[in-house]
Ligand binder design. Sequence first.
Ligand SMILES: Cc1ncc(COP(=O)(O)O)c(C=O)c1O
Length: 487
Amino acid sequence: MVPGPEDEFHDPLDAAARLSREWLDGMPTRSIVARADVEQVKDALGRDLADAGVDPVEVVESLSAAVEPGLIAMQSPRFFGWVIGGTAPSALAADWLVSAWDQNAALREVTPGVNGAEELAAEWLCDLLGLPSGTVAGFTTGATTANLVALAAARHAVLERVGWDDAVDGIQGAPRIRVFAGDDHHPSVDVALRWLGLGRPVDVATDDQGRMLPEALEAALAVGAGSAAGEDGRGDDGAGDDGSGDDGSGDDRPSPAIVCLQAGNIHSGASDPFEACVGVAHAAGAWAHVDGAFGLWVAASGRLRHLVAGVELADSWATDAHKTLNVPYDAGIVAVADPAPLVAAMTMHAAYLPAAATGIDAADRVLELSRRARGVPTYAALRTLGRDGVAELVDGLADAATALAEGLRAMEGVEVLNEVVFTQVCAAFDGHDVAELARALDDDGVALAHPSRWRGRDVLRFSVSNRSTDAAATAATLDAVRRVLAG
Ligand SMILES: Cc1ncc(COP(=O)(O)O)c(C=O)c1O
């Protein structure tokens, strides 16, 4: 008998819940690295798609059994690779609900339940991060796409200021947009600029921690600044007449420019001096965007907020809830102070799509039309933690990074290269090959950190991003490092 719609979900969901609990319960003790590679996992899954289907419970159970050896314990308190947050229980549970509800959350009046939760989460986030009132935020897949969406809004705004509508005329023949970023910026900014046809940014000098030097930004902006219709415009052969100004003469509008700033350098955790840099950018008529994938979260802590003083002066921001807030993946956030260019860049219209009578649809804030309500787990995390809990989470990560750095510094031949201001610790090891050390740490199985290269030195990079990294976890990690150093 074919099960009725009311009970056909029970057994597969029960199996998924049981297997999820088993995975999470094993986190404190399991090896952090995967025990099977992709080909082994494919073998275990079964390479051929059979003609006959398989019972859903069997699919869930065999999927879990085949994949589990290839899983990496990213939720472990001793996982310090990339910038990988853990998973908060209510956020994970809310993530399940989002899938069960199966709402296409594009239009706020069509799916008010999930859009209500997403909109509240977005408003709370802007408030927690100290962004200006009126800022509009949307939920993206990650900070890379948040950078893309914000920079699309920026592109629209800076071209509109010189009389060019990229939504109608595209960017071929448009006045040239000059883009600037610190010389130690994250590559996701490059890929976002590439998608937008803006090319590589001009590198602006940074200090030893990767913080942009405001005077270097000012000097860079001054080079070839010209005017809106000046010689930097690609369209001064006629296309330039076409709404981009009056062909140079007498047009004193600054040429379009975007400055990409950073809250949280991937190696040092340091943030750009926003007050000065945004001031310089705005004085030159440029849009100031902040990539704050993890570093923007310090704004939620009374103790650490000073690290991003002035960040609220910028025009747009990108961050991730799946990093510092420990929400499951698929939780990026884009925020733009003036919603008009954001909506202009993202909106789509069709007779069959009922546009919102009030408010801004989710589909007008981000790239997707069909979209899961990916902001709901962030609502759950924020509601669970409250303002104080978010601040404690942020402070706790910084404290754990400090403890880790102190322990590393105390080891002979180990040098911590960065000022440990937030979650990042970059350690250099005298007389050791860092890649080999990382492999030895993997084999040891207790803690994971990734090799990298920063400021001309090979380093092991510890990124503390998990809510469960406590004193015991940092002590166990330091023991593991001592073991591998001892050979
Ligand atoms: C500073 C910075 N920006 C952007 C990103 C990209 O974020 P995502 O992986 O969510 O796209 C990262 C990822 O670590 C980052 O650290």
